[in-house]
Design a protein around this ligand. Structure first.
Ligand SMILES: Nc1ncnc2c1ncn2[C@@H]1O[C@H](COP(=O)(O)OP(=O)(O)OP(=O)(O)O)[C@@H](O)[C@H]1O
Ligand SMILES: [Mg+2]
Length: 446
């Protein structure tokens, strides 16, 4: 089968030189005058190889390369670069280009040799096993790679880990990875969400209760600590834990023993603790909402997961990873982003991080008629934080807006946007339902 090559350069002379050299060698060649035109072609047609210039109007070679990685991951890409910009070509190879050619091109033979090499390398890549991922965690950006190596180091110990990061940054995935990589991986991994359970039930949820311990305690119940014995206990959203429970938890962490609610038998357990929070615990301590001694117990090995906007190189690989997952669920195995959608996904600031990316892609996949998700299918949730913040700032032109004022306004607008539905408003704001209730009280918004 004739191999198809796309040649992209804003210089007509270079385009025709390459076209002639490759057509005479038996390849089928299509040309485009800039990255944008090439991206449109990639949406509609399949190529085995793209040869692209780096500096072009509208969309440059790096931009095109990134699009190509998601629109046509199997396609090989060769970069054309002028002398002196070899460094950027080398960088481009890290994002997936297979080779580069320097301009002025020396002659048709050298060109054909590089093309042949790139095409065979591509075949090799297709036949090779899928690229090794860090467990189930995508980590392409150097920032994330550093985090993953920290995770893998601490995983082999029994050290308590505190995961910090905005909502949706992957704290739970990180906790699971720590467990998977630990000696305890065949033992239970038990998670408890400290925000999801009501204050009255959380103690029995954690430590269990004896029959008749309180009204409704019809039978004995084993708590999460006991379930997690010999394994790992994940205390999710630990910042939401009510103060009295913080005191109990501290004692249990110090002594590795406790009593069930309503019981007097002391139970000893061996659990590895991983805690997570999206709150700044230093602030929580300063405000008297979190115990400092518990904080020190938990933050033996703190790891902060950066927001997605601070690790842009992860965005497209994550999208690819998530689309595979979504595609399996929706039985659309060839699901992918169009070039416009790829650009939009890269440009967006993702206030809700990886979770928002996953949700946006899932909505897009449902809206897409075929396998390509177009930009129009990506309904970005306008971030209530930013929208309201600018609104509140604009509204108080004369006096500087206080952070509290902005927060109050954001809550008011989020509630208005979902017809007062508390749970939906909390989700929009990226906070727990309980925090929302606290803030409603604090700001007298009830
Ligand atoms: N590095 C990653 N690789 C693959 N998937 C990821 C990665 N980070 C996050 N995800 C996915 O993004 C979603 C959100 O991640 P996760 O639930 O771990 O976030 P979180 O920090 O615990 O959020 P929250 O604070 O809202 O609970 C999940 O579907 C998860 O599988
Ligand atoms: Mg979580």
């Amino acid at each position: 089968m004739t191999e198809r090559i796309l040649v992209v350069d804003d210089n007509e002379g270079i385009r025709s030189f390459i076209r002639d050299a490759l057509t005479s060698a038996g390849y089928q060649v299509t040309c485009a005058a800039d990255g944008r035109e090439a991206a449109d072609l990639l949406d509609r047609e399949t190529f085995d190889l793209t040869i692209t210039d780096l500096m072009m109007p509208r969309l440059d070679g790096i931009g095109l390369l990134k699009i190509a990685r998601s629109v046509a991951p199997q396609m090989a890409v060769i970069l054309l670069t002028a002398h002196g910009t070899v460094e950027s070509a080398v960088n481009a190879m890290k994002i997936g280009a297979v080779d580069y050619l320097t301009k002025p091109l020396s002659g048709p033979d050298a060109l054909r040799r590089v093309v042949k090499g790139a095409l065979s390398q591509r075949r090799f890549q297709i036949e090779a096993p899928p690229a090794k991922r860090f467990g189930d965690m995508v980590a392409v950006d150097p920032k994330t790679k550093t985090i993953v190596s920290l995770i893998d180091k601490v995983a082999t110990t029994d050290t308590t880990v505190l995961l910090n990061g905005e909502s949706g940054t992957g704290k739970e995935v990180a906790a699971e990875r720590i467990h998977q990589q630990s000696r305890r991986h065949d033992m239970p991994f038990v998670a408890i969400n400290c925000a999801a359970i009501s204050e009255t039930l959380i103690e029995s949820e954690m430590f269990g209760h004896e029959k008749g311990a309180f009204t409704g305690a019809a039978a004995q119940r084993i708590g999460r600590f006991e379930q997690a014995d010999t394994g790992t206990l994940f205390l999710d959203e630990v910042g939401e834990l009510p103060l009295p429970l913080q005191a109990k938890l501290l004692r249990v962490l110090q002594e590795q023993r406790f009593e069930r609610v309503g019981g007097n038998q002391t139970i000893a357990v061996n659990v590895r603790i991983i805690a997570a929070t999206n709150r700044d615990l230093a602030t929580e301590i300063a405000q008297g909402r979190f115990r400092e001694d518990l904080y020190h117990r938990l933050s033996v090995f703190p790891i902060t997961l950066p927001p997605l906007r601070d690790r842009p190189l992860d965005i497209l690989p994550l999208a690819e990873h998530l689309l595979t997952r979504i595609g399996q669920r929706l039985e659309k195995p060839a699901l992918h982003l169009s070039s416009d959608a790829t650009l939009a996904v890269q440009k967006y600031h993702w206030p809700g991080n990886v979770r928002e990316l996953a949700n946006t892609l899932e909505r897009g996949a449902i809206l897409a008629e075929g396998d390509a998700i177009e930009a129009a299918h990506l309904l970005f949730s306008t971030s209530p934080e930013t929208a309201s913040a600018s609104h509140a700032l604009a509204a108080t032109d004369a006096e500087p807006a206080s952070l509290r004022g902005i927060e109050k306004e954001a809550i008011r607008q989020a509630l208005a946007a979902v017809d007062g539905h508390r749970k939906k408003a909390a989700d929009r704001l990226g906070i727990s339902l309980r925090s929302l209730y606290n803030k409603l009280k604090e700001y007298d918004l009830d």
